[in-house]
Design a protein around this ligand. Sequence first.
Ligand code: ADP
Length: 630
Amino acid sequence: MEQKQFQAESKRMLDLMIHSIYTHKEIFLRELISNASDAIDKLYFRSLTDQTIGKSRDDFYIEIRPDQEKRTLTITDNGVGMSAEELEQNLGVIAHSGSRAFKSENTLDENTDIIGQFGVGFYSAFMVAKRVTVRTKAFGSDTAYEWQSEGADGYTIDTCSKADVGTEIILELLEDTEDEQYSEFLEEFRIRQLVKKYSDYIRFPIRMEVSREKLKEGSESEYETHIEIETLNSMTPMWKKNKNELTDEDYNKFYRDKFFDYNGAPLAHIHNRSEGAVTYNSLLYIPAKAPFDYYSKEYEKGLQLYASGVMIMEKCADLLPDHFSFVRGLVDSEDLSLNISREMLQHDRQLKLIAKSLEKSIKNELTKLLNTDREKYTEFWKAFGIQLKFGVYNEYGKNKELLQDLLLFHSSGCDDAEGYTTLSEYVTRMREDQKFIYYAAGETVTRCASLPAAELVRDKGYEVLYLTDNVDEFALQMMQKYQDKEFKNVSAGDLGIESDEDKTALEEKNTAAKDLFESMQKALEGKVKAVRLSNRLKNHAVCLSSDGDISLEMEKVLNTMPNAKKIQAERVLELNPEHPVFATLERLQTEDTEKLAKYSDLLYQQALLIEGMPLEDPVALSKLICELMV
Ligand code: ADP
């Protein structure tokens, strides 16, 4: 018999397969099952219009048969089969996509979609087999053919006897080595596991003979082995079912089984079918709790990706933006090719469209949750809110519009320290004369609330947001405004709450005390940029504020980052003109400049303490206090 050579490209592909490009050799089974399913699709499609085929949907199946003794694994289908020419064309030439040719010739209804794929699938058999035999009989033909190959040396085609239409692929597995146990592919449990993992939702039954131990009839203790035919796949994917058929319980159970999340039921699910520029089904979940590694580098975001019911990727990162990286779920599209590589996927236009529309539905779902079930949303916020705030900040604020209405903050407008407000709720509570959205930053709500400046703004009747996460202020700075209202740190710059007269009065007092401030600033050389009076203080004698974009709180955060360059806010020591301490300072300016220098230092360090900033030299401060006490 004539030994034929593979075409050049095919040979190269074959080489790649034999020296396996895939680390997961197990996917060969997925590929062969998928081909079998396509072949059945083709015949089923014809049977819809051709009565002579005499087959109904239920007659089609795929069978897997392991033979331990012969070390063979056989995959059989009763699909359309191949003629001699087709065998030659399909299995001798790589990159000829039979499926694609078929698809363009026919308009298919939704039961007969076929994956238009690029032909690497079949050759993956050579990752696990030393010899592959394909026995096939095309529909409408009397002759059956056998194709056989041991890989690189080419292949043979001969006639053979085969009663039924369809294809049988026999893999003679490679010998086990230290690294690879090919015989695992003959184990019942392993095959079952692989079918579940990759091909569960193939729409025709995948059957296998399995042995079961059963009690002997009439006996209570004696067992005998029964051979049964079992269907290994569940056939209808949950996400292809009609929403009306499914209960919350169904969704939750599927979530638990599929994503192994035992942290309780998910907070919400989003089940969609989209038909438009790209057709896909998606089933997404918003988990109730963050996985233990969520806020670490180890966490990998991504959705499972299926091409027509066949899983092609466990975690497709490109489907989820970072700000929604907590979402779990899957996407199944008929428009994707089965053998698309990771690199190609990144540039895939369809995939980008899907990602964009998923982002929109996730946002809508979160908005719905926020508006209809505040308690649940708060639970979500506690688990993943930080991620959304990073989302506002990252990529130079590209996503701030998308995310701003999903943000929650603690606030003086809430009933208690645990409460949260949205920005839009804050704005509806704003007073008519209010120009800014005020906020105070600190480690806890209590600390924020007790900042002198926060107290003052509150006393004037304005609401203050309490920012307790490191990222908060960075996010707000990125946003700058919400509904045209600027954000304003109560500890920085002009708060816009003083009357013009107050301002002028303060200005005058500042000018009058110019010499005093000069002396004080000299004493605090290198520590503060300026000393001045402020209306920001009610009961306190001093506070620190900052000029410029970096607030004191941001300075703290920036300096905790690894390898951070030392960053300093432009510190300003502000004094309360109404406080008796100020009168003392004025007196010392004329009577005792040495003491004035010491008092300045003391006040500065006090201000650091109030802000929760580290002291430069606590021992020196302690000494200074004692000195002033005697
Ligand atoms: P692809 O399936 O991506 O086109 P493959 O290399 O897996 O590439 O298969 C090449 C072609 O061989 C298929 O397009 C199909 O026409 C044919 N083929 C493979 N397996 C079968 C089968 N079980 N029954 C009928 N035709 C098959």
